[in-house]
Write a protein that binds this ligand. Structure first.
Ligand code: ADP
Ligand code: MG
Length: 362
């Protein structure tokens, strides 16, 4: 087992900076999720750890050793891909056995190891089948088994659940979490799916355009996003972000937004400029349709999701807001002019210019 450390890692492809000065430590035994939109550099970062990409700058360490110049095969990492990358002509047993054979482990020992891992992943009934005779979920289990049987220092997983249908994805992500917990193997898990990240990660590292935005445990990332990108990317739907202008004329602090005002707590470190441009961030559960609300909006659409409803509305300037309601709460009509009340405790403020969250005072 081992820690993995990116130190100032940059990877350029011509003019494209795929990974930009990334410094990030994955603690020994941790499951760290690297989360970000398509094209943000996740796969590149993973391939750098595996030794499949040369660095443009920086160092990458596994355990206590810098591995920049170490061959992929000598790095003791095992990768699991979105495409299962199984050998189609080999049985499940032989697929799992493959890395053990390559290491020259003797036959009985190999058979014992294959059986142990197959049992762990519920693959015993399928050992003599070929990959084409398996479902997508079973194939991904074989790919996992082949990674686990090597007992590497580090697992690298690149969107391994993307090809599975929704129900199987939920099941398999729980299985991976409990396996990783049991094995205690340091794991770097890449996904663009924030629900997967929230449910699986000990910590989540959010990447955008190759630049690390924030690293934190899931709940902290949700409650205290470092900037507007993280705020909008996490949550389904993400945090509402409303541009406004600070108003300190009445002694306290409010933010003037299109169609109304938002109360904010003065315990936040407010900008020196008394009418600075700020962005009000508020999760859909912090908004309420309420005739006494201080912000006017027009309902565009109401989405029913069973236990809850999303009231989607727009402010006068076109800013979109989502209000999350229990399905038992009466819903407004499409096109209706409503008032929205915003819970001041649910408000996060961002500096509009830099996009950073304004921290609270100690
Ligand atoms: N071999 C390559 N040659 C040129 N550009 C690449 C190559 N691999 C990735 N890129 C570019 O680097 C960026 C990051 O890609 P990638 O790491 O695959 O992102 P992600 O896995 O987050 O979707 C993208 O802009 C992509 O087009
Ligand atoms: Mg990718």
């Amino acid at each position: 087992m081992a820690q993995v450390i990116f130190d100032g890692v940059t990877k350029r492809y011509g003019d494209v900076v795929a990974v930009d000065d990334l410094s990030l430590s994955i603690v020994d035994g941790e499951l760290l999720v690297l989360l970000g939109p398509s094209g943000c550099g996740k796969t590149t970062a993973l391939r750098i750890v595996a030794g499949l990409e040369e660095l443009s700058a920086g160092t990458i360490s596994i355990g206590d050793a810098v591995v920049n110049d170490i061959d992929p095969k000598d790095r003791d990492v095992a990768m699991v891909f979105q495409s299962y990358a199984l050998y189609p002509h080999l049985t499940v047993a032989r697929n799992i056995d493959f890395p053990l054979r390559q290491r020259g482990i003797e036959r009985d020992e190999r058979a014992r190891m294959v059986n142990e891992v197959a049992t762990m992943l519920g693959l015993d009934p399928y050992l003599e089948r070929k990959p084409a005779q398996l479902s997508g979920g079973q194939r991904q289990r074989v790919a996992l088994a082949r990674a686990i049987v090597r007992s590497p220092q580090v697992f690298l997983m690149d969107e391994p659940l993307s090809n599975l249908d929704a129900a199987l994805r939920v099941q398999t992500r729980a299985d991976i979490v409990s396996l990783q917990d049991r094995l205690g193997t340091t794991t770097l898990y890449v996904t663009h799916d924030q629900v997967e990240a929230m449910t699986m990660g000990d910590r989540i590292a959010v990447l955008n355009h190759g630049v690390l935005q924030q690293v934190a445990p899931p709940q902290e990332l949700y409650a205290l996003p470092a900037n507007v990108f993280v705020a909008g990317f996490l949550g389904s739907p993400g945090m509402n972000l409303v541009p406004g202008r600070l108003d300190r004329s009445a002694g306290g602090a409010t933010v003037a937004v299109s169609g109304g005002t938002v109360e904010v707590h003065t315990r936040v470190h407010l900008p020196a400029d008394p009418d600075a441009a700020v962005t009000v961030g508020v999760r859909p559960e912090g908004l309420f349709v309420d005739p006494h609300g201080a912000v006017g909006a027009t309902v565009t659409i109401v989405e029913m999701l069973g236990a809850e409803a999303h009231v989607i509305c727009t402010l006068a300037d076109g800013t979109r807001l989502v209000v999350r309601q229990e399905s038992t709460v009466p819903r407004p009509a499409i096109g209706e002019a409503i008032k929205i009340r915003i819970d001041p405790d649910a408000v996060t403020l961002f500096d509009t210019a830099g996009g950073k969250r304004l921290e609270e005072r100690e």
